[in-house]
Design a protein. Structure first.
Lengths: 278, 293
């Protein structure tokens, strides 16, 4: 240890500065949620009161009332994100297997092609493709919106599964085959159990990508497919702070729940380095 | 990694095929049709001639340069602030012994929160009658909402930047935490045993090791915030508008000829975002080459 060095290896930084920084981080991260929570239970909350003058469940009651259209939007959002997750899994898992387990000519090109949709703004792409969707009757339809959500979702699934399969030893499959297992048995009894944790995490992320999507649904759905984000945007523009706040909380609840699930599934903090646009 | 002989090649491409169909048809198709429409090729409305007219129209509008400058400023400012905060907080979390897991969770809890909700929350927090203005009033700093600085729907995109900083700090921070975890304590201990002080260990050992990962996350954050639509659409001023908002406005204009201009704007957005990525690849390759010398 150099002369005048820190007395303990565990306290290398001035603790006061570090505590201030960490306290500021906690406040900064959580502060934006505070007005949402307060507004959702506010009946009247005018300036300059720090807390609402009158509390009420009006906003929450309105959310479940038929005229708010929240329940149909919730159903459509769930169906859409579910369909996107299913398709992205069916497409992304084999692609991930190919990328993670095999070296082949053209692999670098394929990797570049898969990364491109995660980097180029999907907004520009969806404006460009809308004209084709109109021609083939896909614009303003559930199927059309599902397809355009696949653009950011599928590459994500493929990349997650590529890293999962890169750590999977194919000799287990060969062994099972030698012992007489049929291909479906090999997948069901050997491969799937090994890749399942990664697959679940990838599927949860893909679900969230679709769940949070506003711009792509707006452009291809043309306002006909009303998902939760579409409704939320309309409320935000209407200026009803209480209902907007309550719906915001409904909208983020599954997201935060899924993050907690992922954190448990991975056993530690998720290394979600690649989630973009969430 | 398991090598495979040629007989497997058809199977590999079969596994990749659905993915390539999605990327080439939907993504590539989208880019392609944005490009030809930007050249004025719009058979739907009877335009089959090709020209750069839409680009000329777009670039000549005085609002274009203001929009480009605003969009670049928002993306650059939010990325720089978020990167500095993310590195500082991640280092602080790393140096903490107690409560590290809880701090990490709070640090990344907003990752799955959609930008749309972030924008709504920032408006409720920073607007002239928002929570911060009320706190300022409680301390007697202001008497009237009009005295609070305009931070939302403002000319300089302060609200938009605040939302991106909130989200991107978590995004870059998670990457930094993962990178720090991968680096491990050994390099620092070696530097310490050679007599490096705290500042030297940070500047000469940790930061250079972190740089590639941090840079990659920052570039992704920059490209995203440059091309994202909903936050400036919700929190932006009516003038100047961010480029994606401008593109969407031209796209939904009644005048069908404006569609080519919308597509020209999309191509410009894609080119700038792409240029950021290419610049990053160039820098990182040079950096890595210098490392291996």
């Amino acid at each position: 240890m150099p002369i005048g060095g820190a007395p303990s290896r565990l306290a290398p930084r001035p603790p006061l500065l570090r505590w201030c920084l960490l306290a500021a981080m906690v406040v900064g991260m959580l502060l934006p949620i505070v007005p949402l929570a307060l507004w959702s239970f506010a009946f009247r909350w005018s300036f300059p009161d720090l807390l609402p003058e009158r509390w009420s469940l009006r906003a929450w009651r309105y959310l479940v009332a038929p005229e708010s259209q929240v329940l149909p939007a919730l159903r459509d959002s769930l169906l859409l994100a579910g369909a996107v997750t299913l398709l992205a899994t069916l497409i992304g898992v084999p692609a991930g297997r190919a990328l993670g387990m095999y070296r082949f000519r053209g692999r670098a090109l394929v990797e570049m092609l898969i990364l491109a949709p995660l980097i180029v703004p999907p907004f520009a792409v969806s404006l460009g493709i809308q004209i084709v969707f109109i021609r083939y009757g896909l614009a303003d339809t559930f199927l059309g919106v599902t397809l355009v959500h696949l653009v950011p979702a599928t590459p994500y699934m493929a990349l997650v599964m590529a890293s999962v399969f890169a750590n999977f030893d194919r000799q287990y499959e060969d062994l099972a085959r030698t012992l007489g297992a049929r291909p479906t048995q090999v997948w069901r009894l050997v491969t799937m159990p090994a890749v399942l944790p990664g697959l679940v995490v990838g599927a949860l992320f893909v679900f969230l990508i679709s769940w949070s999507q506003y711009a792509l649904t707006l452009i291809i759905g043309g306002g006909r497919l009303v998902t939760l984000p579409m409704l939320l945007f309309a409320f935000a523009r209407s200026g009803d702070n209480a209902v907007t706040a309550a719906l915001s909380l409904v909208f983020i609840a599954p997201a935060v729940l899924l993050l907690a699930l992922i954190a448990r599934f991975l056993g530690a903090a998720p290394a979600a380095g690649g989630i973009r646009g969430l | 990694m398991f090598w495979s002989a040629d007989p497997e090649r058809p199977r590999i491409w079969l596994m990749l095929a659905p993915m390539l169909v999605v990327v080439i048809l939907l993504f590539g198709g989208g880019l392609f049709f944005a490009l030809i429409q930007s050249f004025g090729y719009l058979p739907l409305i009877g335009q089959t001639s090709v020209s750069l007219g839409a680009y000329a129209t777009v670039v000549r509008q005085p609002s274009f340069l203001a929009s480009l400058a605003l969009t670049l400023y928002i993306a650059a400012a939010s990325t720089v602030v978020a990167t500095v905060l993310a590195v500082a907080v991640a280092l602080a979390i790393r140096a903490t012994t107690r409560g590290r897991q809880a701090l990490s969770f709070i640090f990344q809890f907003n990752l799955p929160i959609p930008h749309l909700v972030g924008a709504i929350a920032v408006a409720d927090l920073l607007s002239q009658s928002g929570l911060l203005a009320r706190v300022a009033a409680a301390f007697g700093l202001i008497d009237d909402p009009g005295q609070f600085p305009v931070l939302v729907f403002d000319r300089w995109g302060a609200g938009i930047i605040a939302e991106y900083v909130w989200k991107e700090t978590a995004f870059i921070g998670v990457t930094v935490l993962a990178v720090l975890h991968a680096i491990g304590p050994e390099y620092e201990e070696l530097a310490r045993s050679l007599g490096a002080n705290r500042w030297q260990r940070l500047r000469l050992v940790l930061l250079p090791l972190m740089l590639p990962g941090v840079l990659a996350a920052s570039v992704i954050a920059f490209a995203f915030s440059f091309g994202a639509f909903e936050v400036p659409y919700l929190l932006g001023a009516s003038y100047p508008q961010a480029l994606p908002v401008l593109a969407y406005k031209r796209y939904t204009a009644v005048d069908l000829a404006a569609r080519a201009e919308a597509m020209a704007l999309c191509v410009i957005i894609t080119l700038v975002a792409g240029a950021a990525i290419v610049a990053y690849l160039h820098v990182s390759r040079r950096y890595l080459r210098r490392e291996s010398d």
